[in-house]
Design a binder for this molecule. Structure first.
Ligand SMILES: *[C@@H]1O[C@H](CO)[C@@H](O)[C@H](O)[C@H]1NC(C)=O
Length: 246
């Protein structure tokens, strides 16, 4: 494109968007009569059409970001994982012994976020999908609004069930608290599994049922990183294995 043509275009655009000014505006358009005014209407229609398209394009992403059902949590990148038994997190003989069970569950701690899943969303009022926040310690001196990220609540529930399943088999009598907490976790995990709806397809493999197949999942490192960036006060350090439940 030649530079003079570019200048012409720039001038045309300026004219299109500037309000008509007395020296050249209306007078110039009406002088040439009818065909000029038809052109003017066509041009106006075209400009209105373009303006509508621009507004739609501008508003759409904003709506998607803060619309009624949008979350402040981003969509995480996807990553392929192969499901395999991992003795670091579940040893197949750990349930024979409470100490073994708790030691193994202790290794789950790095799977959870710094604040065990509580994240700060300072502008929570901007998101219709969010209910009322919890109030938790956000640092040593202040409490503030926070939400629990479901994946970490789910890990908590599973580790709670593992711990108490082991105790039950070891002969510990079921208390009302454990009965209710376990039932809560079982129904919570049922709905969590259905919500996450992992629809990856598993094939027959050497590793056994459910194992050895690839799953496309949220990149868990990215999930953890986001939760840690937004975490409330770090959970207390120095947990002993006996208190290592998430
Ligand atoms: C704790 O958080 C509050 C609220 O964000 C802030 O005003 C205060 O300075 C923080 N205190 C410390 C010790 O970081």
């Amino acid at each position: 494109m030649s530079s003079s043509k570019q200048e012409d275009n720039v001038e045309e655009e300026e004219q299109a968007f500037l309000p008509p000014s007395p020296p050249r505006g209306d007078a110039a358009w009406t002088r040439d009569g009818r065909s000029r005014s038809v052109t003017w209407y066509l041009r106006l229609a075209l400009e209105i059409g373009m303006a509508v398209i621009i507004i739609v394009l501008l508003v759409n992403p904003v709506y998607e970001r803060i619309g009624p059902e949008r979350s402040p949590v981003p969509r995480f990148p996807r990553k392929t994982y192969t499901f395999l038994p991992d003795p670091q997190y579940v040893r197949d003989d750990m349930l024979f012994d409470e100490h073994d069970t708790l030691h193994t569950l202790h290794n789950w701690i790095p799977l959870s976020a710094d604040a065990r899943g509580y994240v700060q969303i300072p502008d929570y009022g901007a998101y219709d999908i969010l209910g009322d926040p919890y109030t938790v310690a956000i640092n040593r001196t202040s409490d503030g609004p926070a939400y629990m990220m479901s994946v970490f609540h789910q890990l908590h529930c599973l580790s709670y069930i593992v711990d108490h399943f082991q105790q039950g088999y070891a002969g510990t009598e079921l208390t009302e608290e454990v009965a209710h907490h376990s039932a809560h976790c079982i129904d919570y995990l049922r709905q969590s599994i259905m919500c996450a709806a992992d629809t990856n397809l598993e094939g027959k493999t050497e590793a056994g049922p459910g194992w050895g197949s690839k799953h496309e999942c949220a990149d868990y490192d990215a999930v953890l990183a986001w939760a840690n960036e937004h975490s409330t006060m770090k959970w207390r350090n120095g947990l002993m294995p006996g208190e290592a439940i998430l």
